[in-house]
Design a protein around this ligand. Structure first.
Ligand code: G1P
Length: 294
């Protein structure tokens, strides 16, 4: 069977306003979760699901995000000379994961517009493309492969959904769904970006992983500015649904971190550090003492 998708698009053109002032100098996608930038975690997830190409959509000035994936021969030679083999492996890991390209988004016109900027990077034969939002860490990984299986069975477009508390729902794209014979797969009848909580059609929200039929690019050209005055990916998906294009969600029952704001980022860092063989035990003891001190 042909691979379900070869390319994963990662929109990374945002200003990182929630992380200012740090993002004056460093793109938030390069902030390390312990020692590994979030963008590498997302690239690893895309590669694990079978993608061979990552198209990172950046704004002018954010080249460092793609630069991170280039080999660093001098640094690598130094580590090799010093016998730091394990560290050398970690330094080389990103460049060996996946082929990285960039697309430029010149104006901050919204997520839908950012995804559309990557269309010229696709090859003619690619029928579907994955989109991974680098702010969202979906744990454990593997949901993209489940989404690909659902596309193979049911066709069309498949997204990842989380069941979110209603009080938080208006921060998300929200699905209007019907059950299928699989409790973790739902048919989507409509989708709305950031509705007021009392108008949300369900508590199932888009969680940053999309497997989009190529038809999305045509839909993206036909939408007008929506929530926040931006061209929304949600609105292009809603347009496809209204035209009879099949859309399903895989409900992911695992964990999730939002790396896009300091509070979420700190949680992710603590979560990963507690599971780390070297840092975990000490951190756990220290946290216990720190919390007991009030
Ligand atoms: C974006 C999408 C939204 C989705 C969310 C997931 O919103 O527009 O539909 O639910 O990501 O994190 P943002 O968080 O960029 O405002």
């Amino acid at each position: 069977m042909a691979l379900p998708f070869a390319t994963a698009i990662v929109p990374a053109a945002g200003l990182g306003t929630r992380f200012l002032p740090a993002t004056k100098a460093v793109p938030k996608e390069l902030f390390p979760v312990i020692d590994t930038p979030g963008i590498e975690l997302v690239a690893a997830e895309a590669a694990e699901a079978g993608a061979s190409r990552l198209v990172i959509v950046i704004s002018p000035g954010k080249d460092a995000v793609a630069e991170y994936f280039r080999p660093q021969p001098e640094l690598e030679a130094t580590l090799e000379e010093r016998g730091k083999t394990e560290l050398l492996g970690r330094v080389q890991r990103a460049a060996n994961l996946i082929q990285v390209e960039t697309a430029i988004q010149d104006q901050a016109l919204g997520l839908g517009h950012a995804v559309g900027c990557a269309e010229p990077n696709l090859r003619p034969e690619e029928e579907a493309v994955a989109v991974l939002l680098p702010d969202d860490l979906v744990l454990p990984t593997g949901v993209l492969s489940r989404m690909a299986r659902v596309r193979a069975e049911r066709g069309g477009t498949v997204l990842c959904a989380f069941d979110i508390p209603r009080a938080e729902i208006s921060a998300y794209g929200v699905f209007d769904v019907d059950d299928t014979d699989d409790p973790d797969v739902k048919r989507v009848n409509g989708m709305v970006e950031k509705p007021p909580a009392d108008e949300a059609p369900s508590t199932f929200a888009a969680a940053g992983r999309y497997l989009l039929d190529r038809a999305i690019f045509d839909a993206l050209k036909r939408i007008t500015p929506g929530a926040g005055g931006e061209l929304q990916l949600t609105d292009a998906i809603a347009l496809l649904i209204s035209e009879g294009h099949p859309v399903h969600v895989v409900v992911h029952r695992g964990g999730r971190h939002d790396l896009g704001n300091p509070a979420g980022f700190l949680r992710a860092a603590v979560d990963f550090a507690l599971a780390h063989p070297e840092y975990g035990p000490d951190l756990r003891d220290w946290l216990r003492g720190r919390i007991a001190d009030g």
